[in-house]
Design a protein around this ligand. Sequence first.
Ligand code: GKR
Ligand code: MG
Length: 438
Amino acid sequence: MNNRLSGKPGPRIKEITVTPIAVVDPPLLNAAGLHAPYALRTIVELVTDDGISGISEIPGNRDIDIALEASRELLIGRDVFQLSEIRQVLVSHFGTDTAAARGEAPWDQRKMVHIFSAIEVACLDIIGKVVGRPVVDLLGGKMRDRVPFSAYLFYKYEGAGGSLGFGTDPNATGWAAARQASALNPAEIVTQAKAMCAEFGFQSIKLKGGVFEPRQEVDAMFTLYEAFGPEVPLRIDPNALWTVETAIQYGKEMEPILEYLEDPTRGQAAMAQVRKALKTPLATNMCTTSFEDIPNSIAIGSEDIILSDHHFWGGLRSSMTLAGICETFGRGLSMHSNSHLGISLAAMVHLGAALPQVPYALDTHYPWQSDEVIVGGRFSFEEGSVAVPQEPGLGVELDRTALMALHQNYLDCGLTKRDDETEMQKVQPGWKFQSVRW
Ligand SMILES: O=C([O-])[C@@H](O)[C@@H](O)[C@H](O)[C@@H](O)C(=O)[O-]
Ligand SMILES: [Mg+2]
């Protein structure tokens, strides 16, 4: 259990603090329904016996928070360098997630991958501080100084989220004004894209689809193509709501304008059928989402690009393992995102900097969030990319005042897990999620 690098005992976990928070989120539409006025995140802080703090951020869900709390007695006293042992202890106690536990929603609902991610990232933050190196150096070293991200467009109702809900702030200007505007047709989507790209400098664009019937969404893609020209790569993600036939029909139509088509249809078998019919590469964060899914993905060829996500693949080191598998089997690798703040973004940037290649700009929801939980305010983007933090560990520090305020939001808003269907029913009574719709 000693730190073999120094021969001295490694720092041991002394305290674990799990803080659920609620952050303002606008009324974004997606295949599962509507975003609530607040998105939930959970902030985890580990403190070692020698007083070093490490932090991490994962999607918020009360069941996962309870499991994290329950892991406390297994983890207190463990050496933060012994990550494999920590994982093994957690697996022996809780078991691993089943593939079905992911659920049918666009986001992943497995418990253990989130817990591994939360603990591993916080430990890596501490290890980085102990050895005086940024997390990227613990993942194999920096392959690039800046990590490129893509614009992430959403159909949305008018509104700003948070206490404003469907209301708007009349004093908002620039991107803050565009962020609260409605986007319900191709012209409004282009307006949103222009404002987001002007603010953040993004050089590729993704549209979250699966909201309107495919004709309208495909028209939006062509309208974006006309507005931005062939030099801006375009993607659309209907979150698996299309049948194989629909995916092939519209996929063929969009072949001349798409960089890749993300999860047009549900499940590896259906994705493999669509992939055989199209020249456009297929990407997924829905059909190949765990290591158990890889053998069948390779056997039947369900996608070209896997969208990793360290919250869903069990941490940053597992994501590097995934990168190695993708390289071996000729899969491209990029990154998926959900609503998140700067601790997650820092981890994503360290991972993005360590990946052997980044052929596609990564996803991020960050422009949609206005709150922050780190000292010094929000990350800045230049030409769509974020500079890799140079400081030891993740390079971000918890703003404890902001943390408490966002925790109070959590207590006040009464949400305990993401439930876009219920939120949508407030606007469209009787609305039901359908796993395949068109
Ligand atoms: O935030 C949303 O509404 C997205 O639909 C998100 O939940 C997805 O996980 C995601 O961004 C994706 O499928 O790429
Ligand atoms: Mg997706």
